[in-house]
Design a protein around this ligand. Sequence first.
Ligand SMILES: [Zn+2]
Ligand SMILES: [Zn+2]
Length: 296
Amino acid sequence: MQKFSLHTHTLGFDGQQTELEMLQQAEALGWSHIGISNHFIVHPNIKKSPMYYYAEKGNYAAIYSESFDEAVSKFASHYQRIDEINQTSKIKILKGMEVDYFDNDNWRDGFAKAIAYLKPDYVIGSAHFVERQNILYNSHDVRTASQVEQNWMLHRYWQNVRAAAGSNLFNFMAHLDLLKKVNLGSSAEWLDDEQKTIDIIKESGMAIELNSSAFKFCAEPYPSKRIMQMAGEADIPVIISDDAHKSAQLGSYFEQTEEMAKNCGIKKFLTPCDIMERRLNHKLPSKLLINSRNRF
Ligand SMILES: [Zn+2]
Ligand SMILES: [Zn+2]
């Protein structure tokens, strides 16, 4: 069974325990690695979006930033704590981030600068939102939208996943069919979007995550069995994640996920070293190098 997870969250973002507590549990489990990948979500209108009110109420609004400066300062102190722990720990915490991709030049430029400054060990691509007229809608907003809007949003969701997967900015893609969380996207209508997404992932040489946290509410990980079968046929490499928000969740449902993946024809299970070897396109755009204001 896989003895690591690269997709976990900690206190100060939306996790419930410290970096050290997560590491101690990983050591207790006899793991080879643990990576911490808090949310890196930057959008100028994030605080004007409907879900922000609930995030404040639920005390996890820290995962949202209006600017790259704001996100970078949160990550700088978090990574500094990891560096300090790593000086004496047996296994080293890998520095990751779970990044929401927004498909525009301003976002890509800001992200490139943030990466150049923070130097994470790996970055996970994700889509938790559908952007519409510069406002972000999360899965619960999509669930409560009218039928026509919901269909538009679901298509938009998959487009964004494909744009992220094809961007070559990420080491692997998180929870492909996240909208399953609100019981959306499982009808045959979405097979075409799913297959197109798998095709782009294949073309770009990308890996996907099998996220075991979906077992908490359904009998499969993200993505679904049918997407895992597409991934198996395309010979796409995978990594299993728990998306742990507390130490007790580390490694949960890993056996079931691995067994189901093998039954779906998945053969390539990657190690953290495989993941970090992937060459990404994190070069700063040339205009930024010339006019760099180095705000971070
Ligand atoms: Zn996520
Ligand atoms: Zn996560």
